[in-house]
Write a protein that binds this ligand. Structure first.
Ligand code: SF4
Length: 325
């Protein structure tokens, strides 16, 4: 039986628990909406090492023997406890069980790369920024998982990319489980087919490599095909589409309808495409023109393409902090 919902590992103080140093919880609209579609596993490493909430804030300091996690004013060293907690956490939890990670930005514990570090405890200015202790460990133990922090998720493009990656990852985990059950790669072929134009928008080279892998001319065992395909798919998670790649993909889709459309319809589409390239209208506007033709001409191959439906539509709104990429 397939997996029912994507699973996200999340900092507990984001939308779930009053566990911050000041006893608060942080509201987050994206996480709130996601609750309807995904299962969250929450973790607060600071409370897991026995700290209360509220508590004295902690910080990272740079010492001769490396970074330490200490109470911001008293200077009590929390590093051994945090390392012990993380050892246990990564023994019990494996990246294969999750589809994504959302962590609290800027936290000395959960931050991904924007945690300030200081020369010492006490009233001193920070030196620079680095990985939070737990956030850094997530990156090295769960390297293949879509991972973001709440700050970056405020940016529309980053949020959209994270959601696409999350649902793609989940679907692929289902494919792995089906292939392992039936010992045939047909579910992987179906997955590749319906994601073709999504992959084309993200990474043309990865798409063609994945195509060769599913064709399986070498007659590899299904386990080996899955392994190769998963590796080849990694660039999709780490690349963002741009107007050149999107235009190329849209023109491929346009090709399906060239003989069905009137001259005016074609020139309207090409004009809209040019406006998209000149950043006058969003990508989704041009994609929706194509989608309307898929419906009108009942184009069977394109109907199920995930590029038209990467994730539940009510998960995304066009709000944007303007920061991020
Ligand atoms: S940032 Fe991490 S450690 Fe800090 S309160 Fe949130 S979950 Fe706990």
């Amino acid at each position: 039986m397939g997996l029912s919902r994507p699973k996200i590992l999340c900092s507990a103080c984001l939308e779930h628990c009053n566990c911050r140093y000041d006893g608060s919880v942080i509201k987050n609209e994206t996480i709130e909406k996601l609750k309807e579609y995904v299962d969250f596993v929450t973790v607060c490493p600071e409370m897991a090492i026995g700290l209360p909430s509220p508590r004295e804030a902690i910080r990272i300091i740079k010492t001769d023997s490396g970074f330490k996690l200490v109470d911001s004013y008293k200077g009590t060293d929390r590093t051994p406890d945090m390392e012990k907690f993380m050892d246990g956490f990564f023994k019990e939890n494996n990246q294969d069980e999750f589809d994504g990670v959302i962590l609290k930005c800027k936290s000395p514990t959960c931050g991904l790369k924007d945690a300030k570090y200081y020369p010492s405890a006490g009233k001193v200015p920070s030196i620079d920024k680095t990985n939070g202790f737990f956030g850094g460990a997530i990156k090295s133990h769960f390297p293949n998982l879509p991972t973001e922090d709440d700050g970056r998720l405020m940016h529309f493009n980053i949020r959209e990319h994270f959601l696409m990656s999350l649902f793609l990852h989940f679907e692929f985990r289902n494919v792995v489980s089906e292939v392992n059950t039936i010992k045939k790669i047909s579910p992987l072929v179906a997955f590749h087919t319906k994601n073709k134009y999504l992959f084309m928008a993200y990474h043309q080279k990865a798409l063609s490599q994945m195509g060769k892998i599913v064709a399986n001319h070498e007659h590899h065992h299904p386990d080996e095909v899955l392994k190769l395909y998963e590796q080849a798919m990694l660039p999709i998670y780490s690349t963002y589409p741009n107007s050149g790649k999107n235009t190329n993909m849209l023109l491929h889709l346009f090709g399906y309808f060239k003989n069905e459309l009137s001259k005016d319809e074609k020139s309207f589409f090409l004009d809209q495409l040019e406006q998209y390239q000149n950043k006058k209208i969003p990508f989704s506007s041009v994609l929706m023109i194509i989608r309307s033709w898929v419906i009108r001409f009942d184009e069977p191959y394109l109907k199920n393409q995930t590029i038209f439906n990467m994730f539940p539509t009510d998960l995304i709104e066009v709000t944007d902090s303007g920061k991020g990429l």
